[in-house]
Structures are given as structure tokens and as C-alpha cells.
Design a protein around this ligand. Structure first.
Ligand code: ADP
Ligand code: MG
Length: 301
């Protein structure tokens, strides 16, 4: 098989490991920078041009789309889908997961635990927003933030109201969220491949920091999930339509609370913490999915 990784940088840990895993399992690997793909759409069907040539005979793609290029990146993934190329992560699921509000709406419908969250159309009712989520301290998040940037902890009602006012004044879209104190600056990342938790880690933020993101200096260690945590993580990934996902949860007095589901979860932290060959599991999943696709085609024919 020929498997392409959509990635802006072939030197990134995740990209390098996926290339290795693809080769180890006897396939051909290539790295394609989605930002310099040109999409041609015409009656003869969709095609993709890359570095002066038309891309042909790719069997599957593994999208690694950064949050800053979701629009173009997902257009490229969609083009591959239209060309009948199998994708480990669907374009629509990436779009869904990138918007914190939209994801939480879907997760809430699925009955999953989550910090209580409020959203308004730049309403002047900052006080109401603050009260809705149980008063201060509370969390304010930019809708499309990532790596912990754009997440603010407001310690008092006054601080919360003025931060909300400031964001609204800038026309920045934010959600206001109940602060889960019991999490103590830690969260859990469950890595899911094809309906299975293949690894889990607990990330602890640096002293005095409520954000546990590794990019903010957090430290990770392997953790065994409870049954409840496992089930919540699997259900969250499923309801967003992600077959490869990093589900972030907080441990709280009322059980696991889902924070977000990442559609391009990094491999470095989780592989180093768990010592599991997660890249290999992703390639294995692609092999199985393509095998199933072939069988279905045969039956239909
Ligand atoms: P990002 O997409 O930037 O990673 P998250 O929503 O995952 O944003 O928040 C970053 C980190 O902040 C989380 O990993 C968690 O440690 C902490 N955090 C986020 N929301 C809450 C909350 N409601 N209560 C307590 N801690 C939170
Ligand atoms: Mg996060």
C-alpha cells in the first residue's frame, strides 16, 4: 500500500514515527504538505496536484492538520475522500472537533459528563453567564484555541466579568465554563484508535498552573483508566465520528468530564509515557479498514 501523511513538516516526531510505522509494516510512505496541494474540481472528477504533478495511486491518508490551517487542510482531506482515497480521520470530523462549542453540543447530546458551559452572542449579560456556571472561579476559553493558549482562569466574579467583556468587545467568540477544582491542574488524555483505547496518560501542569498541556510545561505519566473513563472516552470519540482521537478528560467528584477531543493528537507525549507503538496501531487500523472496504466491494460486485 501507499500511505500518505498530510503534514507540514516531515521532521516532527509524529510525522517521523508514522513514516517509520508505515515502512515497518511493509508499505510505502510519503509525506505531503497539504498547504501546497492544489485542488482541481471539474466534470472529469476531483484531482490533487502536488509539486507539479498529479497525485495518483495513493491508497490511504493520515491527516495531521494543524489548528491554524483547518479550513484549507480539511478541503484537501475532503478532496482525497471525493477521489475515493481512504482517510484515517474524516474531514467532517476534523471540522467538528476543532470548534469547542460544536463539539460540546454534540457530546452533551450523547449524555457525556462535561464541565457546565455557557455561550452567548456577545450578550451584555456577563453576570448571568458567570452565575449560570456556578460563579467564580471559572474558566473562559476562546472557541478555537489550542495548546492551552486562549484558556483563562478567572478567580473572582469581577475578574470574570471584565475578561468576558474584553473578549466580547474584541468580537472574540468564547465559552464560559465551570472550573473543576478537584482536577488539581491535571487531566487525562486517552488515545483512541478504531474503537479501542490504545494508551492513556495523566498530565500534570507545572506548580501553580491550572493548564496541564505539555506545551505549557506539563508532565505526563502512564495511567490505567477506570471502566467509566474508558467508556466515556470511547463514546466521545464515536459521537464526533473520529476513529483516531485524543480525548481529554478531567477527573472530578462526579466522574470523568470530557474537555475536548483532538483530531490530530500528538504522538510524542503518549508514546513516550506509555511505551506503546501507537503509530503502528494507526497503520494497522488502516490496513483493516481497507481490507474490509475491499471485501464489501467484492460482495457488491
Ligand atoms: P486547549 O485546546 O487549549 O488544550 P483545553 O480546553 O483542553 O484547551 O484546556 C487546556 C487545559 O486547561 C486542560 O488540559 C485542563 O488542564 C485545563 N482546563 C480546561 N478547562 C478546565 C475546566 N473547566 N476546569 C479545570 N481545568 C480546566
Ligand atoms: Mg487541550
Amino acid at each position: 500500500m501507499k500511505i500518505a501523511i498530510l503534514s507540514r513538516n516531515s521532521n516532527l516526531y509524529s510525522t517521523k514515527r508514522l513514516v517509520e510505522a508505515i515502512r515497518e509494516r511493509g508499505h510505502e510512505a510519503l509525506v505531503i504538505d497539504h498547504m501546497i496541494c492544489d485542488l482541481i474540481i471539474e466534470q472529469e472528477g476531483p484531482s490533487i496536484w502536488y509539486k507539479g504533478a498529479k497525485l495518483t495511486d495513493i491508497d490511504a491518508i493520515i491527516p495531521r492538520i494543524g489548528a491554524s490551517v483547518t479550513f484549507y487542510g480539511t478541503a484537501v482531506v475532503r478532496q482525497f475522500e471525493m477521489m475515493g482515497v481512504f482517510t484515517a480521520i474524516e474531514s467532517q470530523a476534523i471540522v467538528r472537533s476543532r470548534d469547542k462549542l460544536r463539539s460540546l453540543q454534540i457530546l452533551s447530546r450523547s449524555g457525556l459528563g462535561m464541565p457546565k458551559t455557557a455561550f452567548t452572542n456577545y450578550s451584555k449579560g456577563e453576570k448571568m453567564l458567570v452565575e449560570q456556571v456556578g460563579g467564580a472561579p471559572l474558566i473562559i476559553k476562546l472557541l478555537e484555541g489550542t495548546q492551552g493558549l486562549g484558556v483563562v482562569l478567572a478567580e473572582t466574579k469581577k475578574a470574570a466579568q471584565s475578561v468576558i467583556e474584553a473578549f466580547h468587545g474584541l468580537k472574540a467568540r468564547i465559552i464560559v465554563q465551570e472550573f473543576i477544582k478537584e482536577a488539581k491542574g491535571a487531566d487525562i488524555r486517552a488515545f483512541i484508535v478504531n474503537g479501542e483505547v490504545v494508551g492513556a496518560m495523566k498530565r500534570q501542569g507545572v506548580e501553580g498552573e491550572f493548564r496541564s498541556n505539555l506545551h505549557r510545561g506539563g508532565k505526563a505519566e502512564i495511567i490505567k483508566l477506570s471502566r467509566e473513563e474508558k467508556q466515556a472516552a470511547l463514546k466521545a470519540a464515536k459521537s464526533l465520528g473520529l476513529n483516531v482521537a485524543g480525548v481529554d478528560m478531567l477527573q472530578s467528584a462526579r466522574g470523568p468530564l470530557i474537555l475536548e477531543v483532538n483530531s490530530s493528537p500528538g504522538l510524542e507525549g503518549i508514546e513516550k509515557a506509555t511505551q506503546v507503538n501507537i503509530s503502528g496501531k494507526i497503520v494497522e487500523y488502516i490496513e483493516q479498514a481497507i481490507e474490509t472496504k475491499k471485501k464489501v466491494k467484492k460482495i457488491k460486485a
